[in-house]
Ligand binder design. Structure first.
Ligand SMILES: CC(C)(COP(=O)(O)OP(=O)(O)OC[C@H]1O[C@@H](n2cnc3c(N)ncnc32)[C@H](O)[C@@H]1OP(=O)(O)O)[C@@H](O)C(=O)NCCC(=O)NCCS
Length: 206
């Protein structure tokens, strides 16, 4: 179990499967371009089943929970080799997760429907993107613990780890509307690699 102390008793430690209920909840609570998306969904685990669980279950070496006052208040998820990770998920994770959502209530929301479309599309990244930026990451911190410097410390920690492990570059996907996250990543030298009205991919070469 890896552990890093970020000050004021706040700790970044390796995440385990036991953390998943907390991590899935945090994913939902930060899922509307960084704001709470709970009211937008009737399938509360779906967003985390796509964007959090695969990492904790299949790339735990770079999966972290942010702990404050004995509670999980955020997470940091990294993947060293996106291509290898996607090959692993293609061998069972996506089919099992798609099966979980085959029979859904007809009263699901438009945001749930968008996520089901995202789930259906999961597979393989653009080879040109991962040739240049082979690693990728996700970070989410609950509003109660944002703007206290933890995000900066967490990203610095992960970038250092990925570099040390031999990565030559890292990318991430974010909502094009998430202006704050965009400014946050630019501070580390990330640039916009591709962008449309919904999604921006940012990348950093080490
Ligand atoms: C984006 C996020 C990871 C940043 O982490 P954080 O701990 O809140 O940010 P930090 O306190 O470490 O601040 C880092 C930088 O972000 C910016 N920042 C911090 N608080 C901010 C605020 N309230 N408004 C705008 N920018 C802010 C500042 O530029 C700051 O740099 P500085 O200290 O040199 O001025 C975090 O706010 C978060 O999880 N937000 C919700 C989910 C999300 O958007 N995730 C990213 C999806 S891709």
């Amino acid at each position: 179990m890896k552990e890093a102390h970020l000050g004021s008793g706040v700790v970044l430690r390796s995440a385990t499967a036991a953390d998943l209920p907390d991590l899935l909840r945090i994913c939902l609570q930060t899922g509307d371009s960084g704001k709470d998306a709970t009211h937008l969904h009737k399938l509360p685990e779906l967003v985390g089943d796509i964007y959090v669980a695969p990492y904790v279950l299949h790339q735990p070496d770079f999966a972290y929970a942010l702990i404050a006052d004995n509670k999980v208040v955020g997470y940091l998820l990294g993947v060293l080799d996106t291509q290898a990770f996607e090959n692993t998920l293609a061998q069972g994770y996506w089919s099992t997760t798609k099966a979980k959502y085959v029979q859904v209530d007809s009263e699901i929301t438009a945001s749930d429907q968008d996520l089901l479309k995202d789930l259906a599309k999961q597979g393989f990244s653009d080879p040109a993107l991962i040739a240049k930026y082979p690693s990728h990451l996700h970070i989410d911190i609950l509003e109660s613990h944002q703007s206290a410097g933890y995000g900066k410390a967490m990203i610095a920690y992960l970038l250092d780890e990925l570099k040390t492990a031999g990565s030559t570059g890292v990318h991430l996907h974010m909502s094009s509307k998430n202006d704050r996250a965009r400014a946050f990543y630019k501070k580390f030298g990330f640039i916009e690699v591709t962008e449309d009205a919904n999604e921006c991919i940012m990348g950093l070469i080490f």
